[in-house]
Design a protein around this ligand. Structure first.
Ligand code: G3I
Ligand code: 9MR
Length: 606
């Protein structure tokens, strides 16, 4: 039977469920995530997307359930049975899957399982992730340091500026003859990193890399996305010149801050921080002295890569900014060549210098990948052979060190360089063999995850093994795997990669072991109590559009801060939607960037 025949048959039958049953189901749909046996994407699908839901059946012997889907008028538009029961390889819990991809009309629907008295609402629409993408980007506006967040841009979350950062002290670890300990520098702006109020270059660099690469992949989509930020020029003709698309304007707020983190000699401070994390207070209440701390090789190279990439991406918009970014990148790279092994080791620094610094470390003791990415970006920008040679040397070192293809994360950025090469190989005159090898490496790396989908209770290439769950895994594991699939789709044109990117997103948006949609403010069961000082200290509470870190069986917060997890939860359920749980429920810029890179990448293609 074709899809149309199925639809016609159902329409002819015009199957209707009794109204009383629907009322029961709507009650069930309001239950807490764990009591909702239907796990599915709670935000929406595009009409032609694969659509599945996972039913938590809690019994090995359960026969496949009968499932009905009703449209908004209450007519049955689809009926079918779920798959046979299968076990989740991580938790051992049993599930069934229902596949209703045959639905292809825009509308609002209810999926009903009569024998479980369970129901879940969902929508099908064009560009289903546009609002999510927009809010995930607007989250960065909320993270801005040093300025008032005001209406009409605040959309309900106005607050006073905090952290002017115009009186920052050079920490003893960063002292030089020109800038001795205690020198006052000005380093305003930029985004707060996360739930905390500090600003860290390593993480900012990774974030800007993913951000600007996402822009390059989906220019048309982002160029018309109106973010309603003070610099907005998109959507309403505006006298602001040069016209910079909103998403690039938002990024510029952080890149300009990064520029202030470069010392006179080209080296870049690792972070701008208070000695200790602030309490859960508003930004304008924070009074601790802030410091710039040790210039490190990793920070300087992530900075160099960011500036080189920015100089290329902003070329059509702002030549002065680009010239400044290029010079900053070149100086930083030169500094790193002269200082190739200055690592951030916080405990060691605290033995040597005061005040002791106890905030995020973003420590990384292997910088071949940072050298590689920065060299690739500089080679792309300048065409200079010297950069290509450095990149080749470090590519060899990376291959020798671990030999495997490793996904990009804040502490390992090699893949950002690989992906840049793949997207721009003609501009850099690369050898075809290198491109072929890199493409093969990416596809080979992805394949084992894709192979697991068939036996995955969540129909996902993510979440099928215990090692998928760690601090920040929603981003570093799940969203990033989805983004890699989008790159694979660009490179091969094979539809399976797009489908798998969508499956990763389904996981994030509710088709997972916890039943949460991990984005604040979205879905019927969103993460709602993030470890986020801005949200906690604001009268309006949780800000929308933030991705939670995700399940993390290591539970570092339980160990160190006594955060209480429920007993007997498995790795994939080790998630606590409570403010104290920084190891599972914090939000941060590097995670949010992967969220919108994935949603925009899918939305732009569907
Ligand atoms: O990648 C490995 C994985 O292969 C392994 O299976 C797993 C086993 O536990 O560990 C994974 O590494 C984890 C790593 O995050 C992943 O990037 C480490 O255990 C974990 O300790 C590490 O946590 C980092 C955390 O700081 C503690 O250092 C997070 O990445 C990082 O996002 C987080 O960053 C903090 C900043 O310091 C301060 N600001 C907030 C921010 C977010 O929580
Ligand atoms: O709030 C901090 C968060 O941003 C960090 O990611 C986390 C790990 O470094 O630490 C959090 O701060 C906690 C501190 O480490 C220990 N005491 C409790 C703090 C938060 O409640």
């Amino acid at each position: 039977m074709t899809k149309n025949e199925v639809n016609r048959a159902l329409a002819a039958e015009n199957y209707k469920l009794p109204i009383v049953f629907l009322a029961v189901c709507s009650l069930v749909a309001c239950h807490r995530p764990k009591e909702q046996p239907i796990r599915m994407n709670q935000v929406g699908f595009a009409p032609l997307q694969e659509m599945t839901a996972t039913i938590d059946v809690d019994s090995l012997n359960a026969a496949p359930y009968e499932v009905f889907i009703l449209n908004a008028a209450g007519d049955t538009v689809w009926r079918g049975v779920a798959s046979a029961t299968m076990a989740n390889p991580v938790s051992g819990k049993t599930c069934q899957i229902v596949d209703f991809s045959a639905l292809d009309s825009v509308g609002e629907y209810t999926l009903i399982i009569p024998s479980l008295s369970a129901a879940a609402h969902f929508i099908i629409k064009d560009r289903p992730y546009k609002e999510l993408t927009r809010k995930a980007l607007r989250a960065f506006y909320y993270q801005r340091a040093s300025m008032d967040i005001v209406e009409p841009y605040a959309e309900g979350y106005a607050r006073k500026a905090g952290h002017p950062d115009d009186h920052v002290l050079v920490h003893a670890s960063a002292a030089t003859d020109e800038r001795p300990e205690g020198t006052v520098i000005s380093s305003p702006g930029g985004w707060y990193d996360a739930g905390d109020y500090n600003k860290y270059i390593v993480n900012s660099g990774y974030t800007m890399g993913v951000w600007l690469m996402a822009y390059e992949m989906n220019k048309a989509y982002f160029d018309t996305l109106n973010l309603n930020i003070p610099e907005s020029t998109t959507g309403n003709p505006s006298p602001v010149t040069p016209h910079v698309p909103d998403m690039l304007a938002e990024a510029m707020y952080n890149i300009r801050w990064m520029m202030t983190m470069q010392d006179l000699d080209g080296g870049v401070y690792h972070k701008l921080t208070t000695p200790n994390f602030e309490k859960f207070i508003r930004p304008d209440q924070c009074k601790q002295q802030r410091y710039v701390v040790l210039k490190t090789t990793a920070a300087t190279l992530d900075f160099a890569a960011t500036m080189a990439l920015a100089a290329r991406v902003y070329a059509p918009y702002d030549p002065d900014f680009c010239a400044q970014a290029k010079e900053a990148a070149e100086m930083a790279f030169a500094w790193a060549l002269e200082h190739p092994d200055i690592y951030y080791n916080q405990p060691a620094l605290n033995e040597q210098f005061t005040p002791a610094i106890n905030t995020g470390a973003y420590d990384d003791f292997d910088v071949h990948d940072e050298f590689y990415w920065a060299a690739i970006e500089l080679a792309l920008l300048t065409g200079e052979n010297a950069y290509k040679m450095v990149a080749t040397d470090h590519a060899k070192a990376i291959a020798e060190a671990n030999g495997q293809y490793t996904p990009a994360v804040w502490g390992n950025v090699a893949e950002l360089g690989y992906l840049e090469l793949l997207m721009h190989y003609d501009e850099i005159n690369n050898q075809q063999s290198t491109i072929k090898d890199l493409t093969t490496a990416l596809l080979d790396y992805l394949q084992p995850f894709l192979d697991k989908v068939e036996n995955s209770v969540f129909r996902s290439p993510y979440g099928n093994e215990e090692s998928d769950f760690f601090w920040g895994c929603n981003s570093e594991g799940c969203c990033w795997r989805g983004i890699e699939c989008l790159y694979a789709y660009r490179l091969t044109g094979e539809h399976k990669y797009l489908v798998n990117a969508e499956r990763c997103l389904n996981y994030i948006l509710g088709q997972n072991s916890t039943g949460y949609c991990f984005v604040t403010g979205f879905g019927s069961h969103p993460s709602s109590h993030p470890h986020h000082r801005l949200s906690y200290s604001h009268p309006k509470g949780t800000h929308p559009g933030f991705l939670a870190g995700g399940p993390n069986p290591a539970r570092q917060d339980a160990e160190t801060d006594g955060v209480k997890y429920p007993k007997n939860v498995t790795a994939d359920e080790s998630y606590l939607d409570k403010q104290p749980s920084y190891a599972t429920n914090e939000v941060t810029i590097n995670w949010n960037v992967t969220l919108f890179a994935l949603t925009a990448g899918i939305d732009a293609l569907e």
